[in-house]
Design a protein around this ligand. Sequence first.
Ligand code: FEO
Ligand code: CA
Ligand code: CA
Ligand code: CA
Length: 557
Amino acid sequence: MEKKIDRRTFLSYLGTGAAALATASAGLGLLEGKASAASKTADHLFGFKTNRVSGYFEPIEPSNEDQLLLPKGYKYDVIANFDDVINTAGDKFGTGSDYNAFFPIDGSNSRGLLATNHEYTHQFLHGEIKDGKMSAQQLKNELYYQGMSVTEVFQDKDGVWKLDKTSKYARRINGFTTFELTGPAKGSSAVGGVSSVQGTFANCSGGVTLWNTVLSCEENFTETATAANLPLTHYGWVIEIDPFDGSFLRKHTALGRFSHENTAMGLAKDGRIVVYMGDDKKDACVYKFVSNGKFDAAKGRANSSLLADGTLYVANLKKGEWVAITIDAVTKAIGKEGFKTPTGLKGTVEELKARFKSQGDVVTNCHEAALILGGTPTDRPEDIEVSPFDNTVFICHTNNDLHGNIHGHITRIFEKDNDLGSKAFDFEIFAAGGRQSGFSSPDNLAFDSNGSLWVVTDISSSSLNQGIYTTFKNNGLFVIPTSGPNKGTAMQFASGPRECEMTGPFFAPDERTLFLSIQHPGENTTDLNNPTSLWPHRKGDKIPRCGVVAITGFKLG
Ligand code: FEO
Ligand code: CA
Ligand code: CA
Ligand code: CA
């Protein structure tokens, strides 16, 4: 296919910022030569200033050690673990660390804010849950320790990354934080008529916006919402926070409600915002949201309103079409003579008609609406990234044992005319998990400026190091070039501690630091006095602690 922006074009935009590069890749060229309002963080959407990260390490072998192992010459600093104090108010770092986004302070690559997701709680927080019912304190912890942390991190004079606990920005966002709803479900009967809701939890992956805020995705929210007696329809959305402004808290209902894994933002050729999203369930769909209005870099955070008004599409892979998910389309489909409830959906035709009366109903029951309209059920779509080099879209289909996709694959979508706003596309299987590739169950993705994908794996703890999963050993971090002679070849960069998955890889703008979460080490522990992992192996500590590390040692020459 024709490439609108190759590496050379990319390099010619160095220093002009994310908006310029996005505009260039969208074929507009409007901002050529002008400095962007966006800071370096948003550059992660579209590439990096340096261009030498991958290809400079010796791949490691799989390992089942209870350690975070890296190639020769690299090291990691533990920045924060579960229950660490993060600020002078005594707030604590949450559990189940997942997505990370680094925001430089004053353009620095060695001091900034780190926004981290906290996906779920674990046995080391709760201890025994008697008769399956949480006590008042357990319930409080369940809501407190999920959500997000904003921490201030810095590299000291010896190059060691640390938390700055005196930070004025450091704070928690959790199950007790109030969010304002935006979009079609706001105030609708689908959410009980409310315009704001209590809390966020089950925050899995996310993404940064072109205006330097963070989108964080509520994935498996049912258990916590049910335990806390909170309405299910208030969760399963994409939230937006501003790391530098604690008062900015939104849930964008136009982006749909499902088991949200991630967001990947880009620009259509005409300047509209496009957000790609996965629904991490077996036989669930891939979505993209396209705003009605156009991005204007000069408007900064006010661009957030673009996420309240637009069209949500679902991918029909058989036809190569993005299908608009609207109340009109759903009503028409259900009303057609001979309509049958699609496989995987519950309810009679009459029940479906009653469920869908407004666009608020459609976004709230998004998966059902998508299947009614012909959205293709896929194999657990998790993270998605848009290539900064050619606008192709990479999707991790983690796995799906319902029909034999045991090791998963990475799907690559080619939008028609390289336009993220297109309604038609083609696709290929870019890389397949399995013995032949050395990885299984791809989950989170991040691009480096070489155009290589950094891919973490999520083999479930119950399968790791057994049977057909034995050769992969612990979950890993792999680098896969998307062009050149090693295109599609996975090289292992890291091996995680026992029973963890590594999540949330995110480079500092200079690519000298890679932030990474270590989630659920020791997940298979049944006897709390005898945990299966003790990572990070703190002196005297008797439990494993999920957390975030900063990896350094990248040779940029
Ligand atoms: Fe939270 Fe789909 O991983
Ligand atoms: Ca994930
Ligand atoms: Ca990602
Ligand atoms: Ca996962």
